[in-house]
Design a protein around this ligand. Structure first.
Ligand code: HEM
Length: 429
């Protein structure tokens, strides 16, 4: 006898693309709860904001799921790199790339990240002394881009940086962007070809990828694939980290008591952060976690079921799309007290939000979890720990309420600030 196929309840009306998708999904979360079925862009999707279902799709039964429709746009831009690839091919690539992001490799990048942070602080110090506007969105975008390019290309940074600056200056991610992005692949090809000719060891991420071998066959990655992986890492590592830092600055400017607690903690513990932050860095980590809870850059992960499945009592037919939104999960009132409030202490009271596994998933979870999470954390920690003891930033303009819900969640407007230098007495008090 066939088991009953229960369909999750959900809104009768279809999503109207003239409206903001995130607002519409949130409205339905309030009405239908942690799982509902909705018609979005002409197809029925399951929208999941109950962590137990996210756990099922991302971890326990992950083999039954592939990336959903939304990944096609990314594939068009980045090729078949780690973000897009599937199955055995993805697994082989992930195994070859993963070692470049292990703790000891990230640790080797700390000196470079610290040095570039110090340079940024010097620039901002001059701007603060002149009370000149600081466009934080643009400034952190350029800085994160520099860090990711230096991590990947090492001493070839100067050769590639001018062309890649388009990632900071062009904020639209449309067809025009895809068109201007294409020549960047050629530049990476060129760097790889030059390195192969010179057999020059650079000890950067590109070098590791060029020398990584498939465990089963002993083969190196073909150059075209290397290029796709490199541009994937640049794009995946840039906008996400930069957006989080912009939000962190905005949230700190609106919550002076948090800023002051953090400033004091950093002044007493010093600014040097290593790949494995000590307990004294807990509050800084909490501020970053809370920022990513409220504004997860990867706000929507889509998946497609390969075979029939169930999410709790609900039937999921093969081919169904599942929307797992870190934004919805992390603002779900069933999981979080005062979900819209910025309160880093919640992560101190409940480290790693251990009450609910997968209630906080800015980097996703399971085998396809973000490969660059440790690097991103170290970058954000070093940046904030360098600047905060020296300078407070006061938000002046750029409407933070207008969100852009493209591949990444971003603030539609650039956020502007003025800097106020702290005297040693200010931050020691
Ligand atoms: C705050 C910063 C970051 C956030 C919030 C973030 C978030 C995410 C999320 C949510 C995913 C899963 C996407 C999905 O499954 O649909 C992901 C995957 C990925 N991220 Fe990140 N990311 C960040 C920084 C980075 C950095 C610094 C890098 C590398 C330089 C990176 C590289 C990648 C790659 C390659 C994947 C695909 C992994 C795979 O499928 O095997 N990310 N990231």
């Amino acid at each position: 006898m066939m088991a009953e196929q229960i369909i999750a309840p959900g809104p009768a009306e279809k999503y109207d693309p003239r409206n903001n998708l995130l607002d519409w999904l949130m409205k339905n979360l309030r009405e239908y709860g942690g799982i509902y079925r909705a018609c979005v862009y002409g197809a029925y999707v399951y929208v999941v904001s109950d962590p137990q279902y996210a756990d099922h799709v991302l971890r326990s039964n992950w083999q039954n799921y592939r990336k959903g429709q939304a990944i096609k746009r990314v594939g068009f831009l980045l090729g078949n790199g780690l973000m897009v690839s599937e199955g055995e091919f993805w697994k082989t690539q992930r195994r070859m790339i993963q070692p470049a992001f292990h703790g000891e490799e990230v640790e080797k990048l700390v000196a470079m990240i610290q040095e570039t942070s110090n340079q940024l602080l010097s620039r901002w110090t001059v701007l603060a002394q002149e009370s000149t506007d600081i466009n934080i969105t643009r400034e952190v975008s350029l800085w994160v881009l520099e860090v990711v390019l230096r991590a990947l290309f090492g001493r070839d940074f100067e050769a590639v940086a001018p062309a890649f600056s388009i990632l900071s200056s062009e904020s639209a991610r449309n067809l025009h962007f895809a068109h201007v992005f294409r020549p960047l692949r050629e530049i990476v090809h060129h760097v790889i070809a030059e390195r192969r000719q010179k057999s020059d060891v650079r000890a950067d991420i590109l070098d590791m990828l060029m020398n990584a071998r498939d465990r089963a066959t002993g083969e190196l990655m073909p150059d075209g694939q290397l290029v796709s992986e490199v541009v994937t890492l640049i794009v995946a590592g840039h906008e996400t980290t930069a957006s989080t830092l912009s939000w962190a600055w905005y949230l700190l400017s609106q919550h002076p008591h948090v800023e002051s607690t953090l400033s004091k903690a950093l002044a007493t513990t010093g600014e040097q952060i290593s790949g494995s932050p000590a307990a004294s860095q807990q509050y800084l980590g909490a501020v970053i976690d809370e920022t990513m809870r409220l504004y997860p850059p990867g706000w929507l992960m889509t998946r497609r079921a390969l075979a029939d499945d169930h999410l709790g009592p609900y039937f999921v037919a093969a081919g169904s799309e599942i929307y797992i939104s870190p934004y919805l999960i992390q603002r779900n009132p069933a999981l979080w007290d005062n979900p819209d409030q910025f309160d880093p202490d919640r992560f101190v009271r409940h480290p790693h939000a251990e009450r609910y596994p997968l209630a906080h998933i800015p980097f996703s979870a399971g085998p396809r979890k973000c490969i660059g999470d440790s690097l991103a954390r170290v970058e954000m920690q070093i940046h904030l720990a360098t600047v905060i003891p020296r300078m407070a930033l006061q938000w002046t303009s750029g409407n933070p309420d207008e969100l852009e819900t493209g591949v990444n969640l971003r603030c539609r407007n650039d956020l502007h600030f003025v800097g106020r230098l702290k005297t040693p007495a200010t931050f020691a008090n």
